[in-house]
Every structure is written in C-alpha cells, then in structure tokens.
Design a protein around this ligand. Structure first.
Ligand SMILES: Cc1ncc(COP(=O)(O)O)c(C=O)c1O
Length: 339
C-alpha cells in the first residue's frame, strides 16, 4: 500500500526541541535575539476577521520587498514555507526521474532525503580532509545543492571556485545561503547573471524567525517560474507574509543582531582555541569544534548532563566534532563553563 521509496525512506531528523526551559539550546542554529519590534506590531495589528480570506497566492508585497532589497525583479523571487519547501520544489522541478542530484558531504542532511522522497538517484561529493569543497569531482547532474557557508562545517567555499563551478555545470546549482548574512561574501551576483544558478535564503537564522517558516529563492525568471508552477496554491499563509514583510523592511535590526552574533563568535572562538579546541573558521552563526583529548560524543553527552544541548553527527568526517550554535554572550559563557 505504501510506495516502496517511502517505505525504505530514512526521514530527516530535525534537531531536538526540548520542553524544559532551563535547557541551554545550542543545537539548531536559531537566533538568540528577538525579531524586529515591527513583527510584534504586525501581530498586534492583525484583525482576525481578515483571516476569513485566502492569502495572496504569490506573496506579491513580500516578494517586491525582497526583490528591491537585492536589486532583482519581482519575477526573479519566490517565497516558500521555509527554504526547506523551496529545496523540495527544486528536486521536483529540475531533475528527470532518471536524473541525478548531487551535493556536498557533509552538508545539510535534508538533501539526500529529498532525493529519496522523489526516488531520484543522488551522489554525495565528499569534502576534502580540510573540509574544503572540491568541485572537480562533481558528475553531470540535473541539480547540485551547494551549501555556502556550509553546515555543519561553518566554512565558506572560495568564491572563485564557486563561480567557475557554476559556469561549467550543465544542471541547476542551488546555492543554499541559509547562513550568508553571517558571512563576508555571498553569491547573489551569480543568481542574477547565470542562467542556471538559484540562491536560497531563509528568515530562520539572521531574521530570528524560524517559527514562522519563511524562505525565498532568487534566480533567473525562467527557473523561478518553474517553481511557481508546481508549488501549492497557498504555500504561504497571510500571517507569515505580513510578518516576513515587517522583518525584511527592518534591515537595521537584523544587521545589529548579526553583528552581535559575529562578535560573540569571534570571542568564543578565541576562548576555545586557548582551551586547545580546534575551531573551523566560521562564517555562520555556529561553530564546528574538535575537542582536545576527549571523544566528541562523550563530550556531547557530558554537556547534555549539564543541560547544554549541542549537535553531534556520528560517523564519517563529522564524528570527531560538535556543532555549537552561537547564542548570547551570557549563554556562551554558560557553555564554556560547562566545557
Ligand atoms: C543549510 C540549510 N539550509 C536550509 C535550512 C532550513 O531553512 P528553513 O528553516 O528556511 O527551512 C537549514 C536549517 O537549519 C540549513 O542549515
């Protein structure tokens, strides 16, 4: 009764959301600071009577605001129910049933699951031992997911290497920039210039809005139009559209929070290095760290016993590391104490 690909599927495992408020939660790269005050004003001003009506199916106002932020046309932008929805749409829109999806390994662990759900062949491209992407090994594929900065490594790839890869690749490259607001560089210019590049962004990290589920993609109008064709009619509810619009219009608030997180990232990196940890050079709102003289999984369990939850990815290249979200300065002091 159940489709065999679904029956075989190992579903995506989201990071734990503990109910205990005393837990220090550094496991899902959420932003420790609240979203723009304009978000609270938008929610307070909402008239529940307006919820009788369906929302704008194409989120026009929100997309216009995003387009003008990036100097794009509105037909180059689509918004979705988290970037997760848009990533799933890409697997459906850009790969033939007998095609191939490729992605870096390690990177966001949703990509292989999306391939499996669509029952499409997939090929992980291992990072080199220094966690650097080597694009020379990427086979011809319908779709390549390029996470930049990468998760869980926190590192950004060389912009010249990304450009050269995108220019030579025959399929669609989705550059997943969930963490780009915390980085020194981004690839929007490629999405505006090349016929095969889409850049994906999310409101879950820099805008402190993981709870509303909002992401967007910017790219060539023809590719964006293909995503529009197959999306659910009303993929974004009215509240999400209104909140997203308020947040995107308050760039100053988002930038201030990003600056605080980047400053904390620098400070904690220094402390960890002093304590003998190996810390990969982070361009994101999290750190990927290798503890000195102690097994990463043992340390993960120890932190848990201290009510500090970080992320551990067993097996392969990630087994000796922990991924730690950058919280407030106070939270990070608590984390350092627990170490
Ligand atoms: C690389 C990457 N892409 C996408 C997402 C998901 O973003 P969203 O919350 O918009 O679905 C995440 C979330 O952790 C991520 O790490």
């Amino acid at each position: 009764m159940i489709r065999s690909s679904v029956d075989r599927l190992h579903p995506y495992t989201p990071g734990e959301q503990p109910k205990d408020p005393s837990v220090l939660k550094l496991n899902t790269n959420e932003n420790p600071y609240p979203p723009s005050p304009a978000v609270a004003e938008t929610v307070a001003a909402l008239d529940p009577a307006d919820l009788r009506k369906y929302p704008d199916p194409v989120a026009t106002e929100l997309r216009q605001a995003i387009a003008s932020l990036h100097g794009a046309r509105v037909d180059q932008v689509i918004a979705g129910n988290g970037s997760d929805e848009l990533l799933a749409l890409c697997t459906r829109a850009f790969v033939e049933p007998d095609g191939l999806i490729a992605y870096l390994e390690p990177s966001y662990s949703l990509y292989p699951v999306l391939g499996d759900i669509a029952d499409i062949r997939r090929e992980p491209i291992p990072l080199n031992p220094g966690f650097v992407a080597d694009f020379s090994n990427v086979p011809a594929a319908g779709l390549f997911f390029l996470t930049n900065p990468n998760a869980p490594t926190s590192m950004a790839a060389d912009p010249d290497a990304i450009r050269a890869f995108c220019e030579s690749f025959s399929g669609v490259v989705v550059i997943d920039e969930a963490y780009a607001d915390f980085a020194d560089t981004h690839c929007l210019e490629l999405a505006m210039r090349l016929p095969n590049v889409i850049v994906m962004r999310t409101f879950s990290k820099s805008y402190s809005l993981a709870g509303i589920r909002l992401g967007y993609a910017v790219g060539p109008a023809s590719l964006i139009e293909a995503l529009f064709r197959i999306k659910d009619s009303y993929n974004l509810d009215a509240l999400t559209q209104a909140i997203g619009l308020a947040a995107v219009r308050d760039q100053d608030h988002m930038r201030r929070n990003v600056e605080k997180i980047v400053a904390t990232r620098q400070r904690v990196t220094g402390r960890l290095v002093d304590m003998g940890y190996q810390v990969l050079p982070s361009q994101a709102n999290f750190l990927f760290i290798k503890p000195p003289g102690i097994d990463a999984e043992v340390l993960f369990q120890h932190l848990r016993s201290q009510h500090v939850i970080v992320r551990y990815f067993p097996g392969g290249m990630t087994a000796e590391y922990l991924r730690v979200t950058v919280g407030t300065d106070e939270e990070m002091d608590e984390f350092l104490n627990a170490l």
